[in-house]
Write a protein that binds this ligand. Structure first.
Ligand code: FRU
Length: 484
């Protein structure tokens, strides 16, 4: 297919060419954020998985690096994580060099084809040059499959209570926790979730980490699943609870979603970022990831998001906010105060010097009512998003936002419940060439959505049938930093 440079993200990571899916092995070490990712360097569709690699010092501008891990006799390199083994528990360290250790799933396509159930096993690789080059452990696999067809995506972190490494593993319809003193020998600790949460599909790519709220530590367990997401296809649910070093216990059995949009999947967090918890997802959906109309690459990541917790009523929710580093892309903002919208669409294009390719837009109101923002172009294409006061839902409608015929599952109007209960509201949008990420109410309601306009949006209008006063609307063009 002809190249589509107009669809290249300006500030989301995408590989220069070929296929990517899940972020993998995200770890911060010596001033560098490492991002590995499911990568097939042979085509623009999913295939024998490698770990691609990119690095950044600011979470915003990424440099693609050589492939880190390639398939071998044990199989493809599926998703997993990486840790800084500062105490050299693994013994991989040499001459005082700290090992970075990757823990990943070896997926054996021959075993899969033969109909066995044991074709996914956990393996190790290590780096003694701060992530540049990787050596696979000769003793792989280190955690053998006991006969569970889906047995993958290990997320490992050091647990101070257990004084061991804890592996959070997706095992078909539940999470299984394992512990290890040295990353090589693993003991099963417990299982979670067979009867809790959303089960519309297979559980994949989990994560477990602590966050504090009002001085109290809570544990968050992220569980991606496909299909069964809130707006169809893949999605990211989470549980809030306790983890005692052996077992995860949720506060209750409510299903919660980290992102309601169709296009945030397989997201997990960076390891080794003291004081911060930073999440990044794959900005696509298995429903159509192999068909999206980009070339010579397919798929990108979401923006990095800083996670927090917030209590609403008796529930504790995860909040996601764009990382503060993104602010450095912003050109001086145009700020409008007390904008009154009615059912006659208000054209904000010239006041904002609007251009729709790469921008952030923030709006706040003291009294939330229904409202709609319409982004449009000269081709008559339109992306609509806003708030439906009756349904108490934010929405994004991409049905007319450009060609959708590459997949019957792509066109749609997708909704995100409003979890906040205050009359005051705020909405932040991050728009890039083919995506919008919506963060409402301090990051309580989040939605990521792709679209493929045949030319960039050039006009912005605001309407509200009930009438809304936007106390402040701030618009900033963003500078692109990724190579195209
Ligand atoms: C999630 C996933 C993982 C697996 C990887 C394979 O998107 O299916 O469970 O490890 O992708 O590429």
């Amino acid at each position: 297919p002809p190249a589509t440079p107009q669809y290249r993200s300006g500030y989301h990571f995408s590989p220069a060419a070929h296929w990517m899916n899940d972020p993998n092995g995200m770890v911060y070490y010596e001033g560098v954020y490492h991002l590995f990712f499911q990568y097939y360097p042979g085509a623009m569709v999913w295939g024998p998985m490698h770990w691609g690699h990119a690095t950044s010092t600011d979470l915003v501008s990424w440099k693609e690096q050589p492939v880190a891990l390639a398939p071998d006799s044990l199989g493809y390199i599926f998703s997993g994580s990486a840790v800084v083994d500062a105490k050299n528990t693994s013994g991989f360290g040499k001459d005082g060099k700290t090992p970075l250790v990757a823990i990943f799933t070896h997926h054996d396509p021959k075993g899969e084809k033969a109909g066995t159930k044991t074709f996914q096993n956990q393996s190790l690789a290590y780096s003694l040059d701060a992530g540049k080059t990787w050596t696979k452990y000769a003793g792989n696999p280190v955690l053998k499959n006991p006969g569970i067809k889906d047995f993958r995506d290990p997320k490992v972190s050091w647990n101070d209570v257990a004084k061991k490494w804890i592996m959070t593993l997706a095992t078909l319809d539940r999470i299984t926790f394992f512990s290890s003193p040295n990353l090589k020998d693993w003991t099963k600790e417990s299982e979670f979730g067979e009867k809790l949460g959303a089960h519309g599909g297979v559980w994949e790519c989990p994560d477990l980490f602590p966050l504090t709220l009002n001085g109290k530590t809570h544990w968050v367990l992220i569980v991606n699943l496909n299909p069964g997401g809130p707006n169809g296809g893949s999605g990211t649910q989470y549980f809030v609870g306790t983890f005692d070093g052996h077992k995860f216990t949720p506060l209750n059995d409510k299903t919660k979603w980290a992102d309601y949009g169709p296009d945030d999947y397989a997201g997990v967090t960076w390891g080794n970022t003291p004081g911060r918890r930073i999440f990044l997802g794959w900005m696509s959906n298995w429903d159509y990831a192999n068909q999206v109309p980009t070339s010579p690459w397919r798929n990108a990541t979401t923006i990095p998001r800083e996670l927090g917790l917030r209590q609403v009523g008796s529930e504790i929710y995860l909040t996601s906010q764009p990382v503060k580093e993104l602010a450095k892309l912003a050109q001086p903002a145009v700020v409008l105060k007390d904008v009154k919208a009615t059912d006659a669409p208000l054209d904000l294009t010239s006041q904002l010097s609007f251009s729709g390719d790469k921008f952030s837009l923030k709006l706040s109101t003291a009294q939330l009512q229904d409202f709609g923002l319409m982004l449009s172009n000269a081709a008559g294409e339109e992306l609509r998003l806003g708030y439906d006061a009756l349904a108490k839902q934010y929405y994004i409608d991409r049905r007319k936002a450009g060609p959708t015929g590459f997949s019957s599952k792509f066109a749609g109007r997708h909704v995100t419940p409003r979890l906040a209960t205050t009359p005051a509201a705020d909405v932040t949008l991050y728009v890039d060439a083919t995506s919008v990420e919506l963060f409402a109410d301090g990051g309580l309601s989040v939605a990521s959505e792709l679209f493929f306009p045949s030319q960039p949006f050039t006009a912005l209008k605001l309407e509200s049938t009930a009438g809304i006063t936007i106390r402040e609307l701030s618009f900033s063009k963003l500078t692109g930093v990724q190579a195209t």
